[in-house]
Design a protein. Sequence first.
Length: 459
Amino acid sequence: MKRYKKLFWLGIPILLIFVIWIKWDNWFYNPSEPPYTSSTIPDRILLTWSGNALNSRDVTWQGDTVTHTGFLQIMSNSTPGDTVFYTSPSKIIKTSGGASSFFRVGMKNLKAGETYRYRVANGNSWSDWYNFKIADSTDSAYSFIYIGDVQDSINGVSGKLFHRAYESEPNAAFILFVGDMIERPHDAYWAEWFKAGGILFRTIPIIATPGNHEYYKGLIQKLDERWMAHFSFPQNGPPNFLGRVCYWDYQNTRYISMDSNGIQSIQSAFEQRNWLKSVLENTHQRWIVVIMHHPIYSTSRGRDYFYLRALFKPLIDQYDVDLVLVGHDHAYGRAAHISNSRFKDKQGAVYVGSHASPKVYDTGFSEKMDKLATNTQMYQLLDVSNDSIRFRAYTADSTYFDGFTIHKDAAGNRSVTENAPKNSSAYLKPTASFLRKTSKKEMEKYNHEMEDWEKSKNK
Ligand SMILES: [Fe+2]
């Protein structure tokens, strides 16, 4: 007995060392950042808002470290002579690959229903002019675009999806990203993401939540400082998560961002949870949408972020959150409390995880999911009114893949109707990486799971 005890205590550290050795790259390795030189002209111009969505907009941009002052000029289309100038001091961020200046301006007192033109400058070097429109305050119905993980874009190739989404929804009020916009915290990957967005990022505001790929790996993971410099978001979050855990109100909806990768201790978990509870207690908007990077219900094989479910799901249910939008799983999955769903949780929000990345993961055929897709990039369009949220998901070639509508009556009672093509094994095939690593027996198991899942969902 004593001998077994000894072996047990000896085995634990050996096992631990083995696991760390296997997982070293995943958990701790940060590839060094290639050297970069920042542009002398205004670069990576991004439109957001951090105050009232009906009368303010923020713009951030980047430049070299020689210029210490940035300028922004704005005029309205209806009274072009009415020009306002803003200045911004530079914030220099140094990383292992180089250094850049970041500028930020918050434009106030804008008029609802007005279209504005603006341009920015690094010293004397001005950008082109760009337009943006402030919604009419009386028009509470609006649309937006939701994009999942983008990382691994090759020369901005994922941008095709953003632009395709915009062509389908040219009146989109904003684009919502759920983290992992970049592959690694490197200047070159930020360049990819901005290239993918192109003019859209300068003309439509962006909402985003951080993902694990925007963090430096380590025992304590640290968010890339450039994330905070690019995204000028509301400073209404908990003290240690200002600007990344926050909420935006847009018309009849409150959007709440949680930093799921920032949960690295009991303290950080409860700091976010307590903040979410206090925000939900004081939310009186018609709709509530929670966004975070990691899923409450995983789509991908072998993944389960149970601690997020334990932390946030009771609040999502208690305060009637309508929709939870996530990323991370590099596959598409939608779980909804639809009447014919086998998912027994009929109380809660509709959960959707999506991605726009060329990197694809396999699905785990969770019975909670009513719709699944692997091996394809997706984009989503949402139309919000006082009575409903209509959700539509499309594959990269613009094939309609999934759709549902959340209805809410005057008393606040919810129901969900589905308008989706049947699940098809064409979208459930294993990824190339799965095929490379899998034995014949495991492949048979996969096929059985796929057939069972498809059959049960298409009843
Ligand atoms: Fe991720």
